[in-house]
Design a protein. Structure first.
Length: 339
């Protein structure tokens, strides 16, 4: 396997949370600027607070890493800067198309309106696209633990910005205590509006959430779907309907959804004809780039060049964007591969 091909291929990032992907130097700078009271007085020790370094002990530890980002992401200026820098970092990582997701309701603690939050992100995307060789799109997340009416609000918001860079709506958060059907009315609305739907499901052991997300919520892509292997019918469903899985291995290792790069079912899914894509989930929290995800996967599961090509190509074919963008990226991928 020629790793240069991975490095230069036009990769897509379909599952990337903005608050989990804040550039760490910026985060530290903003913490000081906002006068937040933290123990860590230098960047090195601060990294430990916001990144998983080495083994992650629990989901609680993982979720704790989001506390600081969400505290500083409460002004237009900060949100816009963080978004633009994510586009820059992603473009350096060889990503040519990124869908950035976030939950607008987590960014209104200091008085921003939901519209202001979305517009701050879109402004950052626009500036980033101008300066870096990357296309940026946005996905708005509903949160499972919030009220069903909050999800309706986010669906309305998605619809309002659907021609302005927002391409889909998502449901994220605690899968154990809040099943998909709690939010079915909101996602029925989304369907009626003709919005793209992707849902976090089967990330933490409840494989049936994958089926519910497709059948009840109308998901056309699934976030993670790690546990599909527990039920052959679900694997078959994913294959027959060619529902893309947004797989994020390092994040799955951190949250104990899988043990290691070696044990993740991604290769099994690929071999069975499922449409698997590879993503980072949280670049900063999981301390990973997309290129590293590919390297680690290829090394640990002995992927062939053809396997790697399929995963990159699946990513391109699964974007919530036009066929012309897919075609352009596919042509570039073929060129890199045949070089
Ligand atoms: Zn996620």
């Amino acid at each position: 396997m020629d790793f240069n091909k991975i490095k230069h291929a036009p990769k897509t990032e379909l599952h990337c949370h903005l608050d989990g992907s804040v550039r760490v130097e910026t985060l530290f700078e903003l913490v000081l600027k906002e006068g937040l009271d933290i123990e860590e007085k230098d960047l090195d020790s601060f990294q430990e607070r916001v990144k998983i370094k080495g083994d992650c002990d629990s989901l609680k530890e993982y979720l704790n890493k989001f506390v600081i980002p969400s505290m500083v992401m409460q002004t237009r200026e900060n949100i816009k800067r963080i978004t633009k820098e994510l586009l820059e970092d992603a473009s350096k990582d060889g990503i040519r198309y990124i869908e950035i997701r976030f939950a607008p309701l987590l960014h209104v603690n200091k008085g921003l309106s939901l519209e202001e939050v979305v517009e701050a992100v879109l402004d950052g995307v626009k500036e980033g696209e101008k300066e870096f060789n990357i296309i940026g799109r946005v996905i708005l997340c509903c949160m499972r633990h919030m009220e069903p009416k909050d999800s309706k609000t986010i669906v309305e918001l998605t619809n309002k910005y659907k021609d302005k860079g927002v391409v889909a709506v998502d449901l994220a958060g605690n899968e154990e205590d809040f099943p998909p059907e709690l939010h079915k009315e909101a996602f029925h609305m989304a369907k009626e509006y003709g919005l793209n739907i992707t849902i976090h499901a089967g990330e933490t052991g409840i494989e049936n959430n994958i089926v519910k997300s497709i059948d009840i919520l109308g998901a056309s892509r699934i976030g993670h779907g790690v546990y599909a292997y527990k039920n052959e019918n679900i694997v078959n469903l994913l294959r027959e309907r060619q529902i893309p899985l947004e797989i994020c291995i390092k994040s799955n290792i951190d949250t104990k959804a899988t043990e290691s790069y070696k044990t993740h079912p991604i290769k099994e899914y690929l071999d069975k004809g499922l449409k698997v894509t590879l993503n980072t989930d949280n670049r900063t929290v999981s301390d990973i780039s997309l290129t590293e995800e590919y390297y680690n996967l290829i090394e640990n599961q002995h992927l062939s060049e053809e396997d790697a090509y399929s995963i990159i190509k699946n990513g391109i074919n699964s974007i919530f964007e036009s066929d012309s963008i897919k075609h352009k990226l596919s042509t570039e991928l073929r060129e890199v591969w045949d070089r």
